[in-house]
Ligand binder design. Structure first.
Ligand SMILES: [Zn+2]
Length: 369
């Protein structure tokens, strides 16, 4: 993808004579510009976040956005009398986005120039171009995953969760328990592949090999009965985290082969990686097989090595290793575990697909209907 076509992750709106027609402080009554409501909904559907940088009285402008039925679409709005360059920078910081994925639309050339002067990487658009925005390549992501459609809710939930954590007084496990987390481990379907692929690209610290699997390879693995492609999602009382973990696994007679295990860095503190490994151990025990896990050191994934070691994986020899052909990559190490039945953590509810044969009679700690 060329620099110019890099997809915008957040569009920041001016209000007066941009989002709506007229100047709120002078006209009082304003209406949305034609087609703006559809544009907002469409960008939201594409997973592009939207915010506001407006020079207005905050409470009046926000009340107007609510009355117009669009307030819900905007995250981290900055409405006040400060310079727009500062508002745009605060929005980028709050979202943890680089400036080159932020866009700003304003009818006033002076406001756009002020933002450009301070933040040359922010892409500025005049209000006259609003009608074209949905057709521009930088506002047209190649694929729109389920998580992209949920992105606004995920960010909202993240802000609320972070605020609750900052206020929480007590042991961190008590905070985790207060979240009412539910982790699901499911077989991926065709519709999940885009977000599975995204996870292989976006995870770095908690990625066992750093090997990228593209759409065709993942499709082939889905169709292969000797392989499992598992996707992990997490939700809590604040909302969804989306897809947070991925396992690519080959089944052999004496061992299950973890070709790739990756979890999102955002949820390391919630214990997602350790829970996945414990569940795999419990299922392998039920199936009567050992676990073999590929690990390839990258510049950033030492944490993953630690997670495997903590779960009991070693370099020990074992007859089950001969089930597999030797690693194709020379720097790849194959770790081994004789699994034991582990219990789910007390900090979350796990709902997992039974990998080792049919659903356990009456359910067990990991599987309940
Ligand atoms: Zn073994």
């Amino acid at each position: 993808m060329t620099e110019a076509a890099k997809v915008v992750k957040c569009l920041v709106w001016d209000l007066d004579n941009t989002l709506w027609q007229g100047t709120l402080a002078e006209d009082g009554e304003v209406v949305l510009r034609p087609r703006v409501r559809d544009l907002i909904a469409e960008l939201d559907r594409r997973g592009i976040l939207q915010s506001v940088a407006s020079k207005n009285d905050h409470d009046e402008a926000w009340a107007k956005l609510e009355a117009l039925g669009v307030a819900d679409y905007f995250v981290l709005p900055r409405i006040g009398w400060g310079p727009k360059s500062a508002s745009v920078a605060q929005i980028a910081d709050g979202l943890n986005f680089a400036h080159d994925v932020i866009a700003f639309v304003d009818d006033q050339p002076a406001e756009r120039a002020e933002v450009t002067y301070h933040h040359p990487q922010v892409r500025c658009y005049p209000a006259e171009r609003l009608d074209q925005i949905a057709t521009l390549p930088e506002f047209s992501p190649a694929t729109v995953t389920a998580d992209a459609r949920d992105r606004r809710r995920m960010y909202r939930a993240g802000f609320a969760r972070t605020a609750a954590q900052a206020e929480f007084r007590g042991p961190s496990d008590d905070f985790l328990r207060s979240l009412d987390m539910v982790m699901r481990i499911d077989r991926a379907g065709e519709a999940d592949l885009a977000r599975v692929e995204e996870l292989t690209l976006r995870t770095s610290q908690m990625n066992a090999t750093g090997v990228h699997y593209g759409h065709p390879e993942l499709t082939a693995l889905l169709a292969d009965p000797e392989h499992e492609v598992l996707v992990t999602t997490l939700t809590d009382r604040f909302g969804p985290h989306g897809a947070v973990g991925l396992v690519l696994m080959g089944r052999h007679a004496a061992a299950w082969h973890l070709k790739l295990l990756a979890t999102s860095c955002r949820v390391v503190a919630f214990g997602v990686g350790a829970t996945l490994l414990n569940w795999l151990g419990a299922e392998a025990t039920r199936a009567g097989v050992h676990l073999l896990a590929d690990f390839r050191p990258t510049a950033r994934n030492r944490m993953m090595d630690v997670a495997y070691r903590f779960a009991g994986f070693t370099d020990d020899p074992c007859a089950c290793r001969t089930d597999l052909s030797p690693p194709e990559l020379s720097e790849l190490r194959r770790l081994h575990l004789v699994p034991s039945p582990a219990s789910p953590p007390s900090t979350m509810t796990v709902r997992a697909v039974p990998l080792a044969g049919p659903f356990p009679e009456g359910g067990d700690a990991w599987h309940s209907r």
